[in-house]
Write a protein that binds this ligand. Structure first.
Ligand code: ARG
Length: 448
């Protein structure tokens, strides 16, 4: 896309006699203005709050304020129905808003940028965008947790092998396996909430990074946008750009780690060698040459999506080597952030259906449990009877061939593990309580 992007015809900062080299401008903008489509509505919202702020300190009259707010509402509608296209005619989304206002309102439109810079403008738009993205992703994590809970309940005591090092270890259950994703995605949801809390402060009103010689009603503007607090020091506000993005993408990476583990398990357990599950037809593809194939492409691409998030994290990390003050380098963190958000959102969308529509082959799983896997229970049983555990371990090792492997000894193995969270006491009701509490306690933040 970037090679096709032409430079903006006339940037906001153009001065008489200044040279605009369009190739150089294209390099500096790249696809930034196209990415600003994702930020545009947040930018407009923050612009409205800024305008109200100027009005309350009499730097915009009531009439001017009304006209600007009205024009901004119109711009939202035109953007939504596609009649206002944000493209390379503008240097960026911020320029587009101002150009629209000047075109619609003339003199009045030219007043909107008083007391702000594109540096705090982009920072606040990004902040609102990230709060919104984390809110959606948190809700998606809770939905996945709920879907996994349904599978865990259906198969609470259905046995499957538990592996360590991918070697058969002890009897486990589908309930335990799926319950691990319930808790994993609950943790991810919690991390989204924590990160939202951490980033929930307004940089608007810090201008280019040094404040302005107006007493801006920053708190009022921040309250209007719903932020929990202000970022006070203007230089600190600028210095947080990129680092906040890094924290957000790192949060997404955590959620995607659970996706990767789930996708790995799905691809492994659906092999002919395991045969533990069959993915629904909509999630597998055929081969162009081998008529017999049903490939778990969805699981594989979900697994690989995590790499995209890791790449974005690294891009942001590599950019963060800057002195104080705004540097244009920071623009490079934007594509990484937006890509990570979009890939995560899209990946998470597919997970509930992927796990609820799979067929779990309970007989195959049960029959993959072999006698030796009861040895740990046997050692513990002997120790419970008074034998020191290290001796019991040796005795159980010597008794493996005589251990009784039947459906009921497997079931008993699961049910006898009673400590909280173990196969015989998964505490699925408690996990459900945590999901409900999570859904009910959506923390208030500026994107609400
Ligand atoms: N696209 C720019 C960015 O993302 C907007 C801010 C431009 N500020 C500036 N001083 N050139 O950082």
């Amino acid at each position: 896309m970037s090679t096709e992007v032409k430079a903006a015809a006339s940037p906001l900062w153009a001065k008489p006699g200044a040279t605009i080299n369009h190739d150089a401008m294209s390099f500096m903008s790249r696809d930034d203005v196209i990415l600003d489509r994702e930020l545009f509505l947040f930018d407009i919202r923050a612009t409205k709050a800024h305008v109200n702020g100027l009005n309350s300190i009499d730097l915009l009259s009531d009439d001017e304020t009304r006209d600007i707010l009205h024009a901004l509402d119109e711009l939202v509608e035109l953007f939504a129905d596609g009649s206002f296209v944000l493209d390379e005619r503008f240097e960026d989304g911020h320029t587009a808003i101002e150009s629209y206002l000047v075109e619609e309102l003339g003199e009045t439109g030219k007043r909107v940028h008083l007391g702000r810079s594109r540096n705090d403008q982009v920072a606040v738009a990004l902040r609102l965008y990230m709060l919104d993205a984390l809110k959606t992703i948190r809700a998606q994590c809770l939905e996945i947790a709920r879907a996994a809970l349904g599978v865990a309940r259906r198969h609470e005591f259905d046995p499957m092998p538990g592996y360590t090092h991918l070697q058969r270890a002890v009897p486990s259950s589908i309930g335990l396996w799926m319950g691990s994703f319930v808790e994993g995605f609950l943790d991810s949801a919690e991390l989204c909430a924590l990160t939202r809390h951490w980033i929930d402060s307004s940089p608007l009103g810090t201008a280019a990074g040094y404040g302005v010689n107006i007493e801006l009603p920053r708190q009022q503007v921040s309250d209007e946008l719903g932020f929990a607090c202000l970022q006070l020091n203007p230089m600190a506000a600028q210095a947080s750009r990129g680092r906040i993005e890094h924290q957000v993408v790192s949060t997404l990476w955590q959620a995607m780690q659970e996706v990767r583990r789930l996708a790995w398990d799905c691809s492994l357990f659906s092999t002919q060698e395991f045969g533990f599950l069959t993915l629904a037809p909509e999630f597998v593809t055929g081969s162009s040459i081998m008529p017999n194939k049903a490939n778990p492409d969805m699981a594989e691409l979900l697994r690989a999506s995590t790499a995209v998030i890791g790449g974005a994290l690294s891009e942001i990390q590599q950019t963060m080597s800057l002195p104080s003050g705004y540097q244009r380098d920071l623009q490079i963190t934007k594509p990484a952030l937006i890509r990570a958000v979009n890939v995560t959102r899209e990946a998470l969308t597919h997970i509930p259906k992927l796990i609820t529509s799979a067929t779990y082959h309970t007989d195959t799983m049960r029959s993959a449990i072999e006698r030796s896997m009861l040895a740990t229970d046997q050692a513990v049983d002997l120790a419970k009877g008074g034998v020191p555990f290290r001796d019991a371990y040796k005795q159980a090792a010597a008794q493996i061939e005589s251990l009784e492997l039947t459906d009921s000894t497997i079931d008993e193995s699961l049910r006898s593990r009673r400590s909280p969270g173990a196969c015989g006491n998964l505490m699925l009701d408690e996990l459900e309580r945590r999901i409900i509490a999570g859904v009910g306690s959506e923390p208030h933040a500026a994107s609400d």
